[in-house]
Ligand binder design. Structure first.
Ligand code: ZN
Length: 99
């Protein structure tokens, strides 16, 4: 997936990474008393790394709906940017990926 940012930067990342970083309670565990409790839901489901749609949520960020029906992950813009920058593919990687 390619993301174009309003400041002129564009980043390409694998959808897999985006799904990996899904910030919802089911994927990231619940914050209870300051501790992250993993709910152990990291199971592979068909279509889980395929993006169905991205819907903007006000000024807050975007809500991702995945082909496995998972749609509780809302990525604040800041997090999306962070994921995109940290997992950005180089042109070379991108070329290999497309090949
Ligand atoms: Zn999630």
């Amino acid at each position: 997936m390619k993301i174009e940012w309003s400041d002129g930067i564009s980043t390409s990342i694998l959808l897999e990474k985006l799904r990996d970083e899904c910030p919802c309670a089911m994927c990231k565990g619940e914050q209870i008393m300051g501790q992250t409790i993993s709910l152990g839901m990291k199971m592979f489901a068909p279509g889980m790394n395929d993006l169905e749609k991205l819907v903007p949520v006000g000024n807050y960020g975007v809500q991702a709906t995945w082909k496995d029906g998972h749609d509780t992950g809302i990525y604040p813009w800041k997090l999306l940017r962070q994921i995109a920058v940290q997992n950005a593919l180089s042109d070379e990687q991108l070329a290999n990926f497309m090949a």
